[in-house]
Design a protein around this ligand. Structure first.
Ligand code: ZN
Length: 329
């Protein structure tokens, strides 16, 4: 079962989370493999998308926010877009669009940053977004400050957290066809840190240094976690092995209906709304060519079919009186 574990280091300004996605992640891959149009992901893409999904759960688990956290990578290589979306109740879904060959062993830069143009965007989309309200979005390149390409997704997320949240974060991520998992360690802002440049500098410097030491020690322990260990060991074993000398306070694990689980928010109404936004002429054009309009959901593979009668009713005034979809997501 997929699970999210949260913990703090007692007395230290450091917190952490460990996520293990099993059934939820396998469901993402199963649906993709069952899609006749796409087929299964090449293994490197599955790995990257799994790491994105684990990272998105960790980031969502880190904030108090009533809505969806969406991590997107816009690539300039064979992977055009990869998306992982996690709601605040930990419902999740993920998809990637692959437009070129991805040979075994290809890494993140080759897949999405072939020409240095790749971007990672994190969007916080409120649950009940008001008309015209823009969701918050932060974007970082897939290269560091010096322009060197970031080699894996953990480095991308660490870079993002430093840039946009100003929080020191250490991440270890791994995914294969069975498990997508991640460990996050984060340094909490020390109280009064914002005022460092003004007064009482000396005392806070000392506190800051101690906190820095604690964080660095724990971060180094976290980074010693190997990919195979993260994928193969259960959460209790991982946390005990890494942090047996630390005073860990653990919260009740989030599992089952409270834990990370696959769910897709797509619906026939949403597809209908999309067709309406295409416009009547375009819709009729497709109908003329194909006899019906068939739209598949990239996330879950669900197919919706609209025949001439369905399409006709979309563009009649009566249809406009029906409740407007759009608040489903
Ligand atoms: Zn769907």
């Amino acid at each position: 079962m997929s699970e999210l574990h949260k913990f703090i280091f007692d007395g230290l300004p450091v917190r952490g989370q460990l996520v293990r996605l099993t059934d939820a992640w396998q469901e993402v891959l199963r649906r993709r493999a069952a899609n006749n149009q796409t087929g299964a992901y090449p293994p490197p893409v599955a790995e990257m998308l799994g790491e994105m999904t684990a990272a998105a759960v960790l980031m969502q688990g880190n904030i108090k926010f009533d809505g969806a956290l969406v991590m997107q990578i816009f690539g300039d290589g064979p992977v055009k877009v990869a998306v992982a979306e996690v709601h605040n109740d930990l419902r999740l879904r993920a998809t990637a669009s692959v437009v070129g060959a991805v040979p075994p062993g290809m890494r993140l830069p080759g897949m999405v940053n072939a020409h240095g143009q790749g971007r990672c965007a994190i969007t916080l989309d409120p649950q009940n977004r008001q008309e015209g309200q823009q969701p918050y979005q932060g974007v970082v390149p897939l290269s560091d400050e010096g322009g060197a390409p970031l080699l894996d997704l953990a480095a991308v997320v660490e870079h993002y957290m430093r840039q946009s949240e100003q929080l020191d974060t250490t991440l270890v991520l791994a995914a294969d066809e069975q498990v997508a998992a991640g460990l996050l360690i984060q340094r909490l802002p020390v109280q009064g840190q914002d005022n460092l440049s003004q007064s009482s500098v000396a005392r806070e410097d000392a506190a800051g240094e101690a906190a820095e030491d604690d964080y660095q020690r724990i971060a180094i322990l976290a980074k010693s976690l190997k990919r195979e260990e993260l994928l193969g060991l259960d959460a209790d074993t991982i946390l005990r092995r890494l942090f047996w000398e630390e005073n860990l306070l653990r919260f009740e694990p989030l599992v089952g209906t409270h834990g990370p689980r696959f769910a897709c928010a797509c619906s026939r109404e949403r597809v209908a709304a999309m067709l309406k936004s295409l416009g009547q002429d375009e819709a009729h054009e497709i109908l003329k060519e194909q006899g019906q309009i068939e739209v598949g959901c990239d996330f879950c593979g669900q197919q919706e079919r609209f025949d001439a009668v369905d399409v006709g009713s979309l563009f009649t005034p009566a249809a406009q009186q029906s409740p407007q979809p759009g608040s489903v997501q």
